[in-house]
Design a protein around this ligand. Structure first.
Ligand code: MN
Length: 732
């Protein structure tokens, strides 16, 4: 077992200022908590966190990362909770350990193989500190190194997951060395026979490869020296097993035909011009294969890999590859984002910090405005996919959504039918409001009912285009149906005034009416009725068109005289109101209209009211005092008269009142007492003190009508200490 002091020594070598005591404390804590636990190999569990910490120390990470490596499994696998970690080790380490604990749940969650890309993105989206990913990768590397102790099916599952999820993340973060080791380990467990065979073939050729690389590197060193191009060293390398195997499969070739099996790598001092100088020297020794020079220095790869690659024809006619890069490029190619720590400490100036920042920024696709690069380096916050959020179905399928998406968006993403019959949602097993914003890693279950339908309110919170369009479409259809209904009622009312039979007028066989609809530019009678319902067309002018000017004038005359002679038209309406209706109000002369009290003024029985035909939402009833009424008068044809229906029930109205009081105790008790003395219900009461040191008490009372309300207001005014009482308009 590796000793903690070896790890401490490694960390202190690269971070002289590091808090080494932190490492020792983390070690003792982890040793105590994992005591008695063993790994599949039979070794003490502690071996695992120690090895993970060692991998992190070798990446030259800071002591916080290494300590997190020691502690990464304690919350997941022992009785220790996060609070304890926080108490002992502070917020930063608690934050990192918490990130790792969350990730542990994710990778177990996904059951669908095709989802690898989304799982990768989700993993990264859940991480706000790059060190969490680095510890996770180190954890996975050690687990892969010790995989042979597990059952074959477990081995395959973990190796496949590593290949699908973690090796690509390592690649994305530019960590070439770690990625290579992970991939070769995966290969070994996923295709053991191919692995053994290929390894044996390469082993047989090893003397040959070594001799070849030795002669090549010696030749390069000699020529560089002659040409006075400074280099640090020349390395020979054999291509990794997994890459060879992939190439052989992809191109359907034998090992002999893999031309870049061996390669030489020239490491130069830090200036880029030395790389190009070295390239010239290499091309002087051997003839380059045309079109095979790749300049990854001028245009670095996405993960910031930089190098010159060239293929040349060797002495015996076989091609091989030479890579040329500076020491720093080499370090980045091997360690990727972990190389950042090399730049984080030490005596580097602001400009260098800027460069390191640039580098990290492009690495993580940083897409938000960053005002201060120092802040960024300080916090090391990642936001790799700031626009997305990833959640699971109960079956483990990953659903990608925009940030802020709700269960309704989730439901429509699964299927439009699921969306339109959605009645509720559970997140992590708990019922949540449909407007809840989904978080990364949430397991979302949609509850549906065959009779359910979308709600207009959803438009207030859905964020996906798909959900928005579907709900809008439904609302529009719904509005149209309602508008036709309203239009029909308004038309029938007007027709009755002219003593015409609306049934006959509107019957399908009446071609005249169809013609009138066409004159208005509508294809169907229903469209004309909808227009009346929307308030775009007035029934009277439709009737005028139908009757022709002479007949219309005649009947209009008759109608007027009938009215004058006191024959009141429009008997008191029966109130059967369509959905959502408020049956305490009737529209004069019309029944069956959808009526709703306006939310802006919340009229109470007994107040003067006016009705306004809305677009597809029936008649909105406002109090005359409402300041919106003035504006509505711009469309007088849409105003209808409404009145309070006879008291048929005990319906009450919630009204919010605001009392301004002296700041003294007992005010709320005094006010609520006065209200209940009036036998009036109280729905809500709350008190605050305003900056002017006056008390503000808001109470919501239930009143039957406006007179009742006046009495309640008067009784509150009479409570000692009350300065003023007013009604708060709008819905209580
Ligand atoms: Mn672990």
């Amino acid at each position: 077992m590796i000793r903690i002091e070896e790890i401490v020594e490694k960390v202190s070598r690269h971070h002289p200022q590091a808090d080494l005591d932190l490492l020792r404390r983390a070690y003792f804590f982890s040793a105590r908590e994992h005591k008695g636990q063993t790994r599949a190999s039979g070794e003490p569990y502690l071996v695992h966190p120690l090895e993970v910490a060692n991998i992190l120390a070798e990446m030259r990470l800071d002591e916080v990362s290494v300590a997190t490596g020691l502690l990464h499994d304690v919350v997941e696998d022992t009785l220790v909770d996060l609070e304890t970690i926080r108490q002992y080790f502070g917020d930063e380490i608690a934050h990192l350990v918490n990130g790792l604990t969350k990730l542990a749940h994710i990778s177990n969650q996904s059951k669908e193989e095709q989802q690898a890309e989304n799982v990768r993105k989700m993993l990264l989206a859940m991480v706000d500190d790059v060190r969490v990913v680095l510890v996770k990768l180190a954890d996975r590397l050690h687990n892969m190194r010790t995989l042979s102790h597990l059952r074959p099916d477990q081995r395959r599952r973990i190796a496949q997951e590593t290949l699908d999820i973690f090796a690509p993340i390592a690649h994305r973060l530019g960590m070439g060395r770690l990625r290579s080791e992970l991939e070769d380990l995966c290969f070994q467990h996923l295709h053991p026979e191919d692995y053994r065979e290929l390894a044996a073939q390469l082993e047989r050729r090893r003397p040959e490869h070594e001799a070849f690389l030795h002669s090549v590197t010696a030749r390069i060193e000699e020529k560089m020296h002659e040409a006075e191009v400074p280099i640090i060293r020349v390395e020979g390398r054999v291509k990794r097993l997994y890459s060879i195997w992939k190439k052989m499969r992809r191109q359907k070739i034998e090992l002999d035909q893999v031309y870049d099996l061996v390669a030489a790598r020239v490491i130069t001092p830090s200036e880029v011009r030395h790389c190009y100088g070295a390239l010239g020297v290499v091309h002087n020794i051997w003839r380059p294969v045309p079109g095979r020079i790749k300049d990854w220095i001028a245009t670095p790869r996405d993960n910031l890999y930089q190098s010159l690659h060239t293929s040349i024809i060797g002495a015996e006619g076989q091609p091989f590859e030479v890579q040329i890069r500076t020491e720093e490029m080499h370090h980045i190619a091997e360690e990727g984002v972990a190389a950042h720590w090399k730049y984080k400490e030490g005596k580097r100036g602001a400009r260098d910090d800027d460069e390191a920042f640039q580098w990290l920024r492009s690495l993580v696709e940083w897409s938000q405005e960053v005002k201060d690069s120092r802040d960024f380096l300080e916090s090391l916050k990642l936001d790799l996919y700031p626009k997305d959020v990833y959640a699971f179905t109960p079956m483990g399928k990953v659903i990608q959504l925009p940030r802020g998406a709700t269960p309704v968006d989730f439901a429509y993403t699964i299927h439009s039918e699921v969306g339109s019959t959605c009645t509720g949602a559970r997140i992590g097993g708990r019922i949540v409001p449909l407007r809840t914003a989904i978080q990364n890693g949430d397991v979302v279950e949609i509850l549906t009912s065959p009779n359910a339908h979308p709600s207009r309110d959803w438009l207030n919170f859905v964020v996906t285009t798909r959900a928005r369009n579907r709900v809008r479409h439904w609302v529009a259809e719904q509005q149209r149906a309602e508008s036709i209904e309203i239009g029909r009622k308004l038309f029938e009312k007007e027709a009755a005034r002219f003593q015409l039979s609306p049934k006959k007028l509107l019957s399908d066989s009446n071609g005249d009416f169809k013609r009138i609809a066409n004159e208005y530019g509508y294809g169907r009678v229903d469209d004309l009725l909808a227009a009346i319902g929307y308030g775009k067309t007035v029934p009277r002018t439709v009737i005028a068109k139908y009757l022709g000017p002479d007949k219309f004038a005649e009947l209009d005359q008759k109608k007027e005289s009938r009215l004058r002679s006191g024959m009141r038209e429009g008997v008191q309406a029966v109130k059967r109101l369509i959905r959502l209706g408020d049956d305490s109000i009737v529209v004069r002369g019309v029944d069956d209209l959808l009526v709703a009290r306006a939310r802006c003024c919340n009229p109470v029985r007994g107040e003067e009211i006016v009705g306004y035909v809305t677009r597809g939402k029936g008649v909105a009833v406002h109090a005359e005092r409402c300041k919106n009424v003035q504006q509505l008068m711009v469309n007088p044809e849409r105003i209808v008269s409404v009145e309070w229906a006879g008291r048929t029930d005990e319906s009450s109205y919630a009204v919010k009142l605001l009392a301004i009081t002296e700041n003294r105790t007992g005010m709320i008790a005094g006010i609520t007492g006065a209200i209940s003395d009036m036998k009036t219900g109280i729905r809500d009461a709350r008190a605050t003190v305003a900056p002017d040191n006056r008390g503000r008490i808001e109470v919501t009372v239930e009143v039957f009508d406006v007179k009742h309300l006046d009495r309640v207001i008067r009784s509150i005014r009479n409570v000692p200490g009350v300065i003023d009482v007013e009604r708060v308009h709008g819905v209580a």
